[in-house]
Design a protein around this ligand. Structure first.
Ligand code: AQP
Length: 338
């Protein structure tokens, strides 16, 4: 006889830092997949305000930035009826479990994290906050606290996800089965996994950047978005075959093709076949980006007028998240002998 039990939906967890203005890379590499996953998964999404402490900031601005990010996520399509949205600092188990992860990870493992190396390249390691170094342990705690099966993130987070899996496996083999081993859900190549800075397509589009002219901010004025796209760096090729998807040889053009392909649900090679001039491609990219961003901006303006609603969503979310994360923490404490 066939079992009538319905399979459990996958548990999904992801987060975003409230540092700087969210951008097109965050939307295409992560947020839009979070929105999609709501319909199939049991989803927990958080604004990772504790991670934001790895860089300096003013307390009042920090508080506002978390609310802004939560409002943006709702404007982008997160539905509090279909997912749990909360602030990381409202759930104490994240920081508590992070310590257990720090006592599971080795110094050498953390020293190999490329994001730490990249982020300290300019200012030097000596003055970097220790939190920036141990950041992947807090991220592992964020994920493991929810028994997450899948973690939708951009390509830049792959290494941190691999570390999370290693830490969970090590903890389980040392202290007995405690954590679910999560899978990274990274967009396919060419589908928004790593959107590059339009002014320097060899660098990732980032919230914290010294090249803002290449970052399409989700709060940018439509005219600015259009201008940034039209001024995107390409190359000096002209004539037949100049519009082609080749990330190594043609990073600027490939980034534009990837943007259009991701937004229109197509393959970047196919998109390339339709163009012979960079100007036409840029014009269509600008239209597609504005089609995606303007409704989010409109909804954001509506929701910003209802801060109590957003706060209530976060309060309810924290209650639900606490119930799950506290149980996992207790399991880990029991296993490790606390
Ligand atoms: N350029 C990108 N392309 C695709 N996905 C991206 N993500 C970030 N940049 C791109 C994904 O967005 C999610 C949230 O990112 P985050 O807030 O955790 O910070 P981050 O990965 O460090 O991204 P930023 O925007 O570059 O911030 P800063 O400048 O503060 O470091 C993640 O899933 C990330 O993969």
């Amino acid at each position: 006889m066939l079992s009538s039990a319905t399979p459990k939906p996958p548990r999904v967890l992801s987060g975003i830092q409230p540092t700087g203005q969210p951008h097109l890379g965050n939307l295409l590499g992560a947020i839009r997949y979070w929105v999609e996953d709501q319909t199939v998964g049991d989803c927990y999404y958080c604004v990772v305000d504790l991670h934001g402490l790895t860089v300096p900031g003013d307390p009042a601005e920090r508080r506002q930035a978390s609310m802004t990010m939560a409002t943006l996520l709702l404007a982008a399509g997160l539905d509090p009826e279909s997912c749990t949205l909360f602030l990381q600092s409202h759930v104490p188990a994240h920081a508590q479990l992070a310590w257990l992860m720090e006592c599971t990870a080795s110094f050498g493992e953390l020293a190999r994290m490329t994001q730490f190396k990249d982020k300290t390249a300019k200012g030097g390691e000596q003055t970097a906050r220790v939190g920036l170094f141990t950041y992947p342990c807090l991220m592992a705690a964020d994920i493991l606290a929810y028994d997450a099966d899948r973690v939708p993130v951009g390509e830049d987070q792959r290494q941190h996800l691999e570390l999370t899996r290693d830490l969970a496996l090590r903890f389980n083999s040392t202290y007995g089965p405690t954590f679910v081993i999560p899978q990274a859900a990274i967009p396919r190549p060419g589908r928004g996994a790593r959107i590059m800075n339009l002014a320097d397509p060899t660098r990732k589009m980032s919230k914290t950047t010294d090249l803002p002219s290449g970052v399409v901010g989700l709060f940018d004025e439509p005219a600015d978005i259009e201008r940034k796209i039209k001024r995107a760096v390409t190359d000096a090729d002209t004539g037949p075959g100049s519009v082609r998807y080749d990330r190594e040889a043609k990073p600027g053009v490939s980034n534009l093709l990837e943007l259009l392909a991701t937004l229109r649900g197509e393959d970047p090679q196919r998109v390339a076949d339709r163009y012979s001039r960079y100007g036409d491609l840029k014009a269509d990219v600008a239209t597609a980006v504005l089609d995606a961003v303007e409704p989010i901006q409109r909804r954001y303006r509506e929701l910003s007028a209802q801060p109590d609603f957003v706060y209530d969503v976060l309060k309810t979310g924290a209650k639900q998240a606490n119930a799950v994360a506290a149980a996992t923490l207790q399991r880990a404490y029991d296993a490790i002998g606390l």
